[in-house]
Design a protein around this ligand. Structure first.
Ligand code: AKB
Length: 314
């Protein structure tokens, strides 16, 4: 029997790449995108309209489509979460609770997106361990930490198979990210291709863990395909790939796009970046379910620039 897969947040940065890959693997008719707003006019697939916070919407969608798997991506990110903390709490926490409550009714396999934002200023910042101090100081981080504990609670109490990754900053060309602290690492490529000056909102020494989208999608599918017994962490797995300073990023992008002009003008997002890890120890993910990344900074830069050039030539 084929899987029936619900994706929440299907038109966000990760959903935009994940949905077509799920459609390719499982068939277009078996992937249901839960749209709330900003639904692309050219979306090609099964669309359901609803709000992840609304238990009636979710009960109807789970039942009408006989859902067997959920990728719950809908979330407000870190920077926007500081502008709208109440909304971030509402969407991030109540949305997750509604999904988990619906999932336990028919034992649906759940993927939930956590983040490096669960860490905070008291966490060791280099090779941040899987298990360490978790004292986030952003609303986004608070919701991700509480969400991790909620996922583990549903696993322990109800036996729900819920799996999760702490995503680093994700770099991709299809959908631009919105409202995150790591967005500068995507924006620089857009500016390079459009020959526009890039004003970087963190300082040049800022180092954060990052990952190219193809690796993020690979890891997401890999953890969902792993055998039940392989998943030993039921909060969320550290998921690492590459780390670089903003200046190292600038230098590599300029190597391939020599006209790039960069100015550093740190804003309120600097304070968020300063509380996050510079790199993470993801050996648990590598040992438990075989995670490995493929893209380094150079390889990612070549693909990003090529793809964005194609995108803007159309
Ligand atoms: C953000 O910057 O808020 C996100 C994240 C690291 O979770 N990209």
């Amino acid at each position: 029997m084929s899987e029936k897969i619900l994706v929440t947040g299907p038109f966000g940065q990760i959903g935009t790449d994940l949905v077509p890959e799920l459609q390719r693997i499982n068939g277009k008719e078996n992937v249901i995108a839960l749209g709330h707003r900003n639904i692309p006019a050219d979306f090609d697939g099964v669309l359901e309209k609803g709000d992840v916070r609304n238990p009636d919407d979710m009960a109807r969608i789970f039942s009408e489509h006989s859902i067997t798997q959920v990728y719950h991506l809908a979330s407000l990110l870190s920077a926007i979460g500081e502008d709208k903390p109440d909304l971030a709490w509402d969407v991030n926490m109540n949305g997750l609770k509604v999904v988990l409550d619906e999932a336990i009714k028919t034992n649906v396999l759940v993927f939930w997106a956590s983040s490096i934002a669960v860490f905070g200023p008291t966490t060791p910042r280099e090779k941040t361990p899987q298990r360490t101090v978790l004292e986030p100081t952003t609303m986004y981080g608070v919701t991700k930490l509480a969400g991790e504990m909620l996922c583990q609670y549903y696993f322990l109490k109800y036996g729900l198979d819920v799996r999760s990754i702490r995503y680093p900053g994700i770099i991709s060309y299809k959908a631009e990210p919105g409202g995150g602290t790591t967005d500068y690492a995507v924006d620089i490529y857009y500016k390079a291709v459009k020959n526009e000056k890039f004003t970087c909102f963190v300082n040049q020494d800022t180092t954060l863990p990052m990952m190219y989208m193809d690796d993020a999608i690979k890891g997401t599918l890999q953890i969902m395909d792993a055998p039940f017994e392989a998943i030993k962490v039921r909060t969320s797995y550290n998921h690492g790939a590459i780390s670089f300073t903003a200046k190292e990023l600038e230098d590599v992008v300029r190597k391939h796009s020599p006209g790039l002009v960069v100015e550093y003008a740190p804003d309120h997002r600097q304070a968020i970046a300063d509380t996050w890890p510079m790199s993470v120890d993801d050996s648990a993910a590598r040992n438990d379910w075989g995670w490995c990344h493929e893209y380094d900074l150079e390889k990612m830069t070549i693909v990003m620039l090529e793809e964005l050039k194609k995108k803007f030539q159309q």
